[in-house]
Write a protein that binds this ligand. Sequence first.
Ligand code: IMP
Length: 506
Amino acid sequence: MPWGVGPGGPPFILSNGLSVLSGIRRVDAADEHLLSAPLSRASRTMPGTVVVGTQFGDEGKGKIVDVLAEASDLVVRFNGGANAGHTVQVGGEQFAFRLLPSGIIRPKVLNVIGNGVAVDPGQLLEEIDALRARGHGVQNLRVSDRAHIVMPWHKTLDELEEKAKGAGMAAGTTKRGIGPVFEDKVGRWGIRVTDLLDDIVLRKKLDAIYPVKQKVSRAFGGTDTFSLDAVYNRYRGYGDRLREFVADTSVVVHDAIRGGKSVLFEGAQGTLLCVDHGVYPYGTSSACVAGAATVGVGIGPSAIDRVVGVAKAFTSRVGEGPFPTEVDDPVASHFRERGGGEYGTVTRRPRRVGWIDLVMLRYAARVNGLTDLAVTKIDVLAGLETVQAAEAYDHFDTELRHFPANMRVLAECSPEYRDFDGWEDLPAKEWRRIAGKGFDALPKAAQAYLRWIEGEVGVPLAFVSVGRGREDTIDLRKAAAPAKAPERKATESPRKPAKTKASRRR
Ligand code: IMP
């Protein structure tokens, strides 16, 4: 019997040419307010904007998304899963989301979890319950019926596979099952949101998948025994609770774009963690670059007008792998303490920290096609006498300006630093006052540092963040004439670039 056709007849309903399962949200009825004008680029009032991380994640994307969400109708997640931790501060309240899009606390913004996201239903329901308990509604949430589901064996295998890989191959994952769920997606062993809503399909798939996963788990030395019936009942239950949010979200987003609405695509992780363009195999298992928004949502590239790359004023990462600009104490402690949160949002591991790396940022600008740059945590660098920035790598006396694919080469690279004067430490309320006044109110040395970064990356600076709150953000687009690509060369006369003193790791 083919999947989806039960003894009682086909459970599918055809409506307006769309194939939808009985019980799933009818997008054309509930989202009617999003439909109107015909598709015409000229008629679109606001653009499709993608926000991506340009480093190893944790750049402060959640905050930039939150600021941009104010002028958006939709916020859409397109990659990653519960390995992400997006922190948003609103007034006195702080929210840390793993699966929920960062616009969820704005009731007028429709928040979408696209098909490219690995959905852990237990985690998602926990976040929904926690928001409700704090008095926030979630009626503005839609979840793709095509998104893949994190199953119990994915988390177990995440641990076991990391152990099997051992030092040198293990990425230091968040243990959220992300690698295994995407392995199953590509291997066509996956269970999708739509399956949770259909008892027959779910049971049939589990009957096929479960014994195989038991074998695989045992082959890796696992001792877990999942009860098939328990998994089936639990995930059916998840389906029942999530049903009200499930939709064909490609239709939702497409119709919003047709209706001239503003759509913000929220990337998780960062470019250097991308499975295609990152520090493979030390990154994550989904694509984290802007192009992934098309596949991970079900829209075409023509829907994207703007790509905002978020960079922290320094670099940080959790997990393994080469990190050329990594620093030790006392600078590391300065970054961690002033950063106020340089601990993994998901794992609470202390983040590895280092100077900003322009080889990475230029690479990120290229592979994402950045149109705008946002630099966060400029206040964290305050109080340092000298601020350094890597502008190239030295690899056995050869200068590398492009990010290498070979991780051994990357580990052997020494950063070529440019030194900048530091800027004074200021109380939080002074930073907020500066943010209110604009870019020119920043300490002059910070301005020079930021303008140099902008010139090196070759992408106009659109936002500078000097604190956690929405109000601590300078929006340079408000003050400036239409942005044009800045000159490639730095304008100020820097001190002679000093090569790092750190010995190369051969
Ligand atoms: P995974 O995504 O849990 O498989 O982890 C793979 C690598 O990506 C590990 O080094 C993680 O620490 C890192 N990682 C995954 N998600 C994030 C994130 O949202 N921020 C920062 N690092 C992340």
